[in-house]
Design a binder for this molecule. Structure first.
Ligand SMILES: CC(C)(COP(=O)(O)OP(=O)(O)OC[C@H]1O[C@@H](n2cnc3c(N)ncnc32)[C@H](O)[C@@H]1OP(=O)(O)O)[C@@H](O)C(=O)NCCC(=O)NCCS
Length: 313
């Protein structure tokens, strides 16, 4: 068995990780900023879980593991482990399957040593890259299945071409009728961050609240809110550019206001704002609301993921 050398992922070798990810994961385009977001910028980061594999000086593999030890506090569970990213390419003496298998084993052992009892690939919400493994990454799925993982969930991403995006007449009419019924839809002000993320947390949980709050760190807040003008109550929100500049979401509507077109109006308004910021291709990540999003014109791709999991030890 050829010998791989493992190194902790640090700022020094982050470009090696980017190179391996972009050679191995051909349906993705990794930037150093994404690697940093899911490693050094994740408050749950722990030593030993973000690993590069080298054959001599040549980087061949990346595994980014993690446990939810700090954030969000409501979801902390030190026995729950994730592998957020797994990537591998063939070297001189070792094939791709061999690299993936070795680096996966290494990160599983580290997770186990720290106390994880279960591991999932790769839906570590709010510090994730994907909700699972893209079905086209057959070698990764093969390695995971051989190592005892099985499917525990699935989701899709929609890829939307915004170059020719426009608001359909149908949506403009719904917006007009909502406006006449006293609903306002506006871009949130910077000082509304706490009130809106608090509203989101109470209804949709701490991860979405974190993502909404993060969208306020951009130059211009990335969240629009719908309010009932008569009461001043928030009744819906829609966010963009929070985790990645071209990501849509999350979006949510107060339960009793659903099915009246508000979600669709906010969806289209958010995509319009993304287009105006220069986003040419938007990603609507991690959803199972298939028909809510198929109404968007310009869908150029759908990525299908399986979330994989196994017990450790
Ligand atoms: C998803 C959500 C935001 C939709 O909000 P909404 O105000 O009910 O949305 P609308 O009334 O505009 O549209 C709802 C329906 O429009 C339908 N639709 C799609 N194309 C349509 C068209 N051309 N004409 C009319 N309706 C259409 C969709 O089928 C959708 O049905 P679904 O909600 O059962 O999927 C809302 O259900 C929600 O808050 N859910 C919980 C949070 C959530 O899951 N968010 C999405 C995470 S990816």
């Amino acid at each position: 068995m050829p010998c791989l050398r493992f190194e902790e992922l640090t700022e020094r070798n982050v470009q090696d990780a980017v190179r391996v990810c972009n050679s191995s994961l051909r349906y993705d385009s990794f930037k150093a900023s994404t690697i940093r977001r899911v490693t050094f910028q994740d408050p749950n980061i722990e030593a030993g879980l973000a690993i590069l594999a080298y054959e001599g000086e040549e980087p061949l593999g990346v595994a980014i593991g993690c446990r939810r030890t700090k954030q969000p506090p409501e979801l902390v569970d030190p026995t729950a482990g994730w592998i957020k990213v797994l990537a591998g390419i063939a070297g001189k003496e070792i094939d791709e399957l061999g690299v993936l298998n070795s680096i996966c084993e290494k990160v599983e052992n580290e997770l186990s040593r720290l106390g994880a009892k279960n591991v999932r690939v790769s839906d570590m919400a709010s510090w994730h890259v994907w909700p699972g493994i893209d079905l086209r990454y057959e070698t990764i799925l093969e390695v995971l299945e051989d190592r005892g993982y099985s499917k525990v969930g699935e989701a899709v991403d929609y890829l939307v071409n915004l170059r020719t995006f426009d608001i359909p007449r149908r949506i403009a009419k719904i917006r007009e009728s909502l406006c006449q019924r006293g609903v306002s839809i506006t871009l949130a002000e910077k000082d509304e961050c706490d009130i809106i993320s608090g509203w989101v947390k109470a209804r949709f949980g701490p991860c979405w609240a974190f993502e909404v709050a993060t969208s306020f760190k951009n130059n211009e807040p990335g969240t629009i809110i719908a309010k009932d003008r008569n009461t001043g109550d928030i009744i819906g929100f829609s966010t963009h550019g929070s985790l990645e500049p071209n990501w849509f979401g999350p979006i949510g509507v107060e339960e009793k206001h659903r099915k009246s077109g508000l979600g669709s109006v906010m969806l289209f308004e958010t995509l319009r704002l993304m287009k105006l910021k220069g986003v040419s291709e938007a990603v609507i990540p991690w959803t199972s609301h298939l028909f809510f999003y198929t109404q968007v014109p310009g869908i150029v791709g759908i990525r299908h993921y399986h979330t994989m999991s196994k017990r450790l030890g």
